[in-house]
Each structure stands twice: as structure tokens, then as C-alpha cells.
Design a protein around this ligand. Structure first.
Ligand code: CTP
Length: 386
């Protein structure tokens, strides 16, 4: 049997990136031989094994053929006769279809190394269309490798467009869409994910809410035309923070109200951190942006509505998302963020425990706490009133 390193590990090594996960393909072996060699079988639908020591995944070389709509219906054929080239042929993009032998030799029948050099995301074969997840993956790779100048090839773009027209992407589950979107959010240029999907009309099918938010698609947003507000905010959020929740909040803030963000997050089943920050950013972004002008009472009300006293990090996170959507200089502190941070610290310093000596009970404690917090906020210098 022969073993080759394949997929993302070979691609990322050739790009000079850190390799996180190693996938191997085994040619000329049977399941029985793998088990006898101490590998543990994990694949239900096709023979995939875990190496007893490294924990790496080893898959028997296989071919796949689509047997039903969507992305579940595949006839998988794994046997010792399946060649390495056949296994590479079933893969999505040429840059993901390079194998590396034990001695370091590259086996690259589909021009993957050339496409790595050219920065080209290009399908291996027309069988690309058999798996709609690949549309999402292609858009995510465009975002992930944007700094290296990667672009979707014209032919692949057309193929994806055809898949959308044929209704193939309608079979994608929200979980799968979120999985790729979440990876796009931590990528170099997350906006590319949406641009690629919009250009092949997939965005309106898989993320119709975001498609509406972005507005009609110009052929590309990297010409002279200004990008849509949401993508501009997203790009600025990338400068401000590595955290995907903040980038997501900057993107969805333009909805201007909590409801559409909540229904989007419910549909995609995003983690709560994204839902909470997103809905608050959409609902309160105008108030946050205006924080330097807010009088003590609305300022305290804003902090309370943001649950700032129980979640101290939240205000700073929201201020970053709002700053991303604003016009401020990213290199200097954002005045609304500073005003909110000072107000939060000042108001939080007046604690319920300070009121023990007053003899107040029940609701009266809350009212007194509120009044004292407003009084301390009133004593703060107002940035807009020298
Ligand atoms: N693959 C494919 N079609 C898919 C998913 C995966 O052809 N829908 C193939 C590709 O050759 C890919 C390999 O399986 O390189 C391994 O997939 P996976 O581990 O999911 O992704 P990677 O490409 O390794 O990269 P990343 O981890 O960045 O997603």
C-alpha cells in the first residue's frame, strides 16, 4: 500500500502557511489490512481510519458519483484498484487535489501547483457541481486566500452560476452555510465570501437576508465603485478586531433593528455570542454612535439596556462594531467608546451594597441606585460641552 499526504495540508504547506490538520490517502489497501495495521475505522459512509499514534485521518482511495439531489446522495467506491489520480479527480479545486508522496514528490495531475502560483481557484472537473458545499467552500477560500491574491476562475464562476440556476444550492443546510460563514469571518478579507456568492447569485439563495442588506450586486466591488455599507463596515471591523462576533455585528448592524438579525441567527443557529452582539449592534448603533452627546439619563438607560453592568466587555465590543460602521479614523481612540467606558466605570462604582446603610428596601433600593448613578454621570465632563 502507498500513502500520500493530500488536500489542505499539501496546499497550505506550498503556500507557506501553518498546516493544522493532515489528511492522508491510502492506495492499494483494504479495510481489513488497515484494521490489522492498528488503524481505527471512523467513516460510516466510506472507509476512513485514524492512525493509532498521530491521530491523523487516513482514507482509502475512492471515487464518488452523485446518485440523488442535494449533497447526501453519493455512491462511493473504495477498493485497492482505485488509483491516486482517480481519488484526486473527485476533489473540488485543483489547489486541493495535489498529493505528496513520502519522499516529498508532488503528484499533481490537475495543475494545482500552477494554480497556487497564479492564485486561481479552479475546479478539478465538471463533477464539481455534484456537491453544492463547494460553492460555499470556494467563496470561503476566496476570502481566506484574498491576501495572496486568489480569485475564482471564470470557468468555475460560471459553473457555480449554473449550479445556482439548477437549484443545487437550495439543498444546503443552514448549519453548513453557517460553518463556512463562520470561517469566512475569521479570514483575511471576509467581504470576498459575500462578493463571490453574490456574483454567482448564490447569496440570494443561501443568505437572502444578507443579499438584501448588500443591495444589488455590481459585477465586483473592487472597482471604482464604493462597496455596500455593510461590506465597508465589515472591512473596517477586520482592522479593528480579530474576533468574528465583532466583525459579524459590524456586518449586520445595517439592518437597523434587532428582529431581522435575530431571525437570521435563529435560522443559521449561530452561537449566542453572535446573536447577542449582532442584535444589540443593529438595535442600538445610533445611540452608541451618539454617546458623547447623551445626557446622563439616556446614557444610563443605554448602559442598562446593553446589560453593561453584568457584562462589562459588551459595551467595548459594541463600540468597535459601531466604530467600524462610522467614518472615524481607525488609528485614534473612538470618542463614543471612551465616553461609554468612562460612564460604565463611573456608574458601576455606585453599587447596591453602598445603599445598605440607607435602610431602603425593595424597589426603593433600585430607584435610589438609579438616581445616584445619574448624579455621578452628571458630574462627568461632557466631551461635547467644554
Ligand atoms: N473536498 C472536496 N469537496 C468537499 C470537501 C472536501 O473535494 N466538499 C476534498 C478537498 O480535496 C479537500 C479535502 O477533501 O482538500 C479535505 O477537506 P477538508 O479537510 O474539509 O478541507 P481542506 O481543503 O483540507 O481545507 P480546510 O481545512 O481549510 O477546509
Amino acid at each position: 500500500m502507498d500513502t500520500y499526504l493530500v488536500g489542505g495540508a499539501v496546499r497550505d504547506r506550498l503556500l507557506g502557511l501553518t498546516v493544522r490538520e493532515r489528511d492522508w490517502v491510502v492506495v492499494g489497501a483494504t479495510t481489513e489490512e488497515m484494521l490489522a495495521a492498528g488503524y481505527r475505522q471512523v467513516g460510516r459512509d466510506f472507509p476512513v481510519f485514524i492512525h493509532p499514534e498521530s491521530g491523523d485521518e487516513y482514507a482509502l482511495a475512492r471515487t464518488e458519483r452523485k446518485s440523488a439531489p442535494g449533497y447526501r446522495g453519493f455512491v462511493v467506491h473504495a477498493s485497492p484498484e482505485v488509483t491516486l489520480e482517480e481519488d484526486l479527480r473527485r476533489r473540488d479545486l485543483t489547489i486541493n487535489a495535489i498529493a505528496q508522496a513520502a519522499d516529498g514528490t508532488l503528484i499533481d495531475p490537475f495543475g494545482g501547483t500552477e494554480d497556487l502560483r497564479l492564485g486561481r481557484l479552479h475546479h478539478v472537473s465538471p463533477a464539481f457541481v455534484e456537491d453544492p458545499v463547494r460553492v460555499l467552500r470556494c467563496a470561503r477560500f476566496a476570502a481566506q486566500f484574498a491576501r495572496q491574491g486568489f480569485r475564482v476562475s471564470h470557468a468555475t464562476q460560471e459553473l457555480m452560476h449554473q449550479m445556482v440556476a439548477d437549484g443545487e444550492v437550495d439543498a444546503l443546510t443552514p448549519e453548513r452555510v453557517w460553518a463556512e460563514l463562520a470561517r469566512a469571518l475569521v479570514s483575511a478579507i471576509p467581504g470576498r465570501f459575500f462578493e463571490v456568492l453574490q456574483r454567482c447569485d448564490a447569496l440570494a439563495r443561501v443568505l437572502p437576508e444578507i443579499d438584501t442588506l448588500l443591495g444589488p450586486s455590481p459585477a465586483s466591488h473592487d472597482g471604482d465603485e464604493a462597496p455596500p455599507r455593510a461590506l465597508r463596515a465589515l472591512a473596517r471591523a477586520v482592522e479593528l478586531s480579530d474576533r468574528p462576533e465583532i466583525r459579524f455585528a459590524a456586518l449586520v448592524l445595517g439592518f437597523g433593528q434587532a428582529d431581522p438579525v435575530e431571525s437570521l441567527c435563529d435560522r443559521l443557529r449561530t452561537p449566542n455570542a453572535f446573536r447577542d452582539l449582532g442584535r444589540l449592534a443593529a438595535r442600538y448603533h445610533l445611540a452608541i454612535r451618539d454617546a458623547t452627546n447623551l445626557a446622563p439619563e439616556p446614557l444610563l438607560k443605554l448602559l442598562e439596556e446593553l446589560d453593561a453592568f453584568r457584562r462589562p466587555g459588551r459595551v467595548a465590543d459594541l463600540a468597535l462594531a459601531v466604530q467600524a460602521d462610522d467614518d472615524s479614523d481607525l488609528a485614534t481612540p473612538y470618542p463614543p467608546a471612551e465616553r461609554l467606558a468612562t460612564a460604565q466605570a463611573t456608574a458601576a462604582a455606585v453599587a447596591a451594597s453602598d445603599l445598605a446603610a440607607t435602610g431602603l428596601r425593595g424597589a426603593a433600593i433600585g430607584a435610589e441606585l438609579h438616581a445616584r448613578r445619574i448624579a455621578t454621570l452628571a458630574a462627568l465632563p461632557r466631551p461635547d460641552k467644554p
